[in-house]
Design a protein around this ligand. Structure first.
Ligand code: ZN
Length: 138
């Protein structure tokens, strides 16, 4: 990979990391603010609880994404960034530009998705919670 591409991808990853950290901070601030609402009169405890659960889910998803970003940044440091974790081939720069956290080349990813579809009736780890899958790589 050209150094210019690597630098560009590193910048994208670092920006994405900052954005998520900021958002997680906002989420936790919101949670605290909600909890500090004086109890008693007009507070709807049920909806407050749902809100807390949703925030926790969004937070979990973003933390997972953050882990992928950190792993990608670590690979840039190690000089192994862009290698497919399954077959070791170089992932195309175009794919990395679209998905800097991609860990598999498009061939392996397609294969993995076919596998997942085949076993889609097995119990997942609770990831199918109805939230958009934006944190997952393509
Ligand atoms: Zn591969």
């Amino acid at each position: 990979m050209k150094k210019k591409d690597l630098d560009a991808l590193k910048k994208v990853l670092e920006e994405e990391k900052r954005r998520i950290l900021r958002h997680l901070e906002e989420i936790s601030e919101t949670s605290v603010a909600d909890l500090e609402t004086p109890s008693g009169d007009s507070v709807d405890l049920a909806s407050l609880e749902i809100n807390q659960n949703s925030l926790a889910k969004i937070g979990k998803r973003e933390q997972n994404h953050l882990k992928k970003i950190d792993a990608a940044l670590q690979k840039i440091e190690d000089g192994t960034f862009g290698e497919c974790e399954s077959c070791g081939e170089q992932i195309s720069v175009a794919r990395l530009m679209a998905r800097p956290v991609a860990q598999l080349c498009i061939d392996c990813k397609t294969e993995q998705e076919n596998e997942e579809r085949r076993y889609s009736d097995r119990t997942s780890d609770g990831d199918n919670d109805g939230f958009p899958e934006e944190g997952d790589d393509l």
